[in-house]
Design a protein around this ligand. Structure first.
Ligand code: ADP
Ligand code: MG
Length: 693
């Protein structure tokens, strides 16, 4: 076995129990150990004079005990004063053993390490690491910074340090272990150290490395590793795109006539942007290789009809279509839309969600298997093993940002049949900056709908404190008087569905009491699918004036007559999520308003962020600004970053590295394609779905 794949138990001092604990950190092999990097460092390379200390320093000090006492007042503690001739300071212990006072008796020399802070009697250290030494000269000074590793219950720093040291020694004996897959010219161009050097520097930095640079992650050694990791993610996706060129897919050569008939039957004309995107999709699907296309378009830009057109391309060519939406609410809405659009074409449309059970479910499954169903809408329930298609030709994923990269790829696997892979159309309203698209969508071609349907007026957004609730209620009364409808969105910081629903229920009661003339409805995630559907239909048909909702309505919901939205506690949500929510209004021709009703006091950043939303309705501008203000994690939303797990890279810190990834990946595909597999394996693991597909 290659040494890097040897289990950690081959090292001395690592038994089964320690191995189990290491496994909790994802460490199984010597390579895992080597890539388990310190999360901070301690400087024990020099002794500081007590007289030179200031609070906040974390330092090594050497001193002689003046006295040691147990203080009974307040929380019982053991204090010990040491001095080194330049000054004196206290050591304070809240947990101490019976003989500790004896150990720390006057005139004993100690070397201590901890953070210095202000105590009752001047400078002190609380629970320092300490060692009894013979005299000042025998203080244990390290010649390198001391690495501090992420640990888990039962594991100590010293065990991990020793294990890493041994693993590094093994590397020294075997070049293959830290083989550098990044070509020399690239290392030189970006002034990156070799992999072996980088690893060595991070585990055992020598005196040339500044501790600040290590702590804040700006050392080239760390940058290099972060870069390699991000590159590996990008490469693995690009490789999928590359490989897909050899897969076969059905060619959709349906009749042009039916397509134009469909467009003529719509109550509106497509925008130029919609036309362009449709042409791109059509040209993809006429090839016998699978289309893998992402359609990005701001909320309300009209992606659904693009999906319908694409579906029709497949159906008229004799293939089936699966459309996956992130929520049942949205799947149901699509279902209704498609039923209407396809009614005259006698295309059977099905709906399959987690709530479709029993006989109804088996009946629908049957229509999919025997090919009777043309198109099926659903949630991720669509892609369970029990769902089999007769001739699936196109998979459409709406609001893909709500799903992860992995789900998207798994789906592609699942859907293949008789040697043909379905085409894939992915739609998203979350505008992610180009650099981040490198990591999420490099396996896809991208089309952008950069135009809204005509006649839309921007949503007028105001930021107001919750104290003005009474004014808001007046405004609702007026608005409803004008025969328009309203959303009231309740948010909560906890991702707790239950709490969110309770908050919405309570708000609905309050509004019902204070707005007797207004028909109030309530929708949240805990309602049954049929109940949700009933409420949504009632709202759509204007049997309700005000819909109190949780963030379940965040994606997709389309009721053009609703032009006023109140969002409670907007400061708790990400800007992109707020932009999505706000996208529920401003879908018709009339004026529309969004009131961001915050809880005072508002922090400066929160005020700035809500200001961005007030001043812009352009999803791309909002995402870019949010990126500058808060870093990439938030722009992509937690749901998304949750799926992107990095070992070393930190998007908030390393975003600038993404700038060069495209270029370097070009180099890999052209100059050293053999390095792609090992580099992906190193960072994503052999079992990663990225490499299986
Ligand atoms: P999204 O891109 O957010 O999914 P939708 O597909 O839900 O947007 O479309 C928003 C609204 O705009 C819908 O009511 C849809 O019928 C309407 N729409 C779509 N395209 C056009 C168009 N070209 N002209 C006018 N209205 C359109
Ligand atoms: Mg949509």
């Amino acid at each position: 076995m290659a040494p890097q794949n040897l289990p950690v138990t081959t090292l001395t001092g690592i038994g089964a129990q320690t191995a189990n604990r290491l496994e909790k950190l994802g460490i199984r092999t010597l390579r895992d150990l080597i890539f388990h990097l310190p999360h901070r460092y301690e400087d024990r390379t020099r002794i500081y004079a007590i007289g030179s200390l200031t609070p906040g320093m974390t330092v090594l000090v050497c001193g002689k005990v003046e006295f040691t006492d147990i203080l009974p007042r307040g929380r019982k503690s053991l204090v010990c004063r040491i001095s080194d001739g330049t000054g004196s300071m206290m050591l304070r212990f809240f947990h101490f053993s019976a003989n500790q006072q004896q150990v720390l008796k006057p005139d004993t020399w100690l070397s201590v390490f901890a953070e210095v802070r202000y105590g009752f009697a001047g400078l002190e250290m609380v629970h320092p690491d300490y060692t009894v030494i013979a005299n000042r000269e025998s203080a244990p000074i390290e010649n390198r910074l001391t690495p501090v590793y992420p640990l888990t219950e039962g594991l100590s720093q010293s065990v991990v340090r020793k294990a890493v040291k041994q693993a590094l020694a093994c590397c020294g004996q075997d070049d293959a272990m830290l083989a550098d897959w990044i070509p020399q010219p690239i290392l030189q161009r970006y002034r990156y150290p070799s992999l072996a050097e980088a690893i060595q520097t991070l585990h055992a930095p020598d005196e040339t490395v500044a501790i600040d640079a290590l702590q804040n992650g700006s050392v080239p050694a760390l940058k290099r590793l972060a870069f390699e990791e991000l590159l590996a993610h990008h490469l693995s996706l690009r490789r999928i795109k590359h490989k897909a060129r050899i897969w076969l897919a059905p060619e959709f050569k349906g009749s042009k006539r039916q397509m134009t008939d469909f467009l003529d039957s719509l109550p509106f004309q497509l925008t130029n942007a919609q036309r362009r995107v449709i042409a791109e999709i059509e040209s993809d699907c006429r090839q016998n290789h699978p289309m893998m296309r992402l359609v990005q378009g701001d909320v309300g830009s009209g992606k659904t009809v693009v999906a319908a057109y694409s579906a029709l391309l497949a159906i008229t060519a004799g293939y089936q279509v699966a459309l996956m939406a992130p929520t049942e609410l949205l799947a149901e809405q699509h279902y209704r839309n498609f039923c209407t659009w396809f009614a005259g074409l006698s295309i059977p449309v099905m709906l399959l969600t987690g709530q479709t059970k029993g006989k109804a479910r088996s009946a629908i499954l049957q229509t999919l298997t025997d090919g009777q169903a043309g198109i099926v809408m659903g949630t991720h329930a669509l892609f369970q093993d029990s769902v089999l298609f007769h001739s699936l030709g196109l998979v459409i994923i709406d609001e893909q940002h709500r799903f992860g990269v992995h789900q998207r790829l798994a789906l592609r696997e699942k859907a293949q049949h008789s040697g043909l892979r379905p085409h894939q159309l992915v739609m998203t309203a979350t505008p992610i900056p180009r650099t981040l698209a490198m990591l999420n969508y490099s396996d896809l071609d991208i089309s952008i709908i950069d135009e809204l349907p005509p006649g839309r007026k921007p949503v007028v957004t105001s930021v107001i404190p919750a104290e003005r609730r009474a004014d808001v209620i007046d405004r609702i009364n007026n608005w409803v008087g004008k025969k328009r409808q309203v959303y009231w969105v309740c948010t909560l910081i906890e991702e707790s569905e239950t709490l969110q629903c309770q908050a919405a229920e309570k708000t609905a009661e309050l509004l019902l009491a204070s707005l007797p003339a207004v028909r109030v409805g309530l929708i949240h995630g805990r309602l049954k699918s049929t109940e949700k559907d009933a409420v949504m239909q009632a709202f759509k048909q204007h049997q309700l004036d005000l819909l109190v909702a949780t963030t379940v309505i965040e994606v997709g919901v389309d009721v053009p007559n609703a032009g006023l939205m109140i969002i409670e506690n907007p400061e708790r949500l990400g800007l992109s999520q707020l932009h999505q929510l706000r996208g529920r209004v401003g879908r018709g021709e009339g004026d529309s308003y969004c009131l961001l009703m915050y809880q005072s006091p508002l922090s400066d950043t929160a005020r700035q962020r809500l200001g961005i939303l007030r001043d812009s309705t352009d999803g791309f501008v909002i995402a870019e600004k949010d990126l500058q203000l808060r870093g990439p994690g938030d722009v992509m939303g937690t749901r998304q970053t949750g799926q992107m797990q990095f070992k070393v890279a930190d998007l908030a810190r390393d975003a600038e590295l993404l700038e060069t990834i495209q270029q370097v990946s070009e180099h890999f595909f052209n100059e050293c394609p053999d390095a792609i597999q090992p580099i992906c394996e190193r960072w994503l693991g052999a079992s990663s779905i990225y490499s299986e597909v």
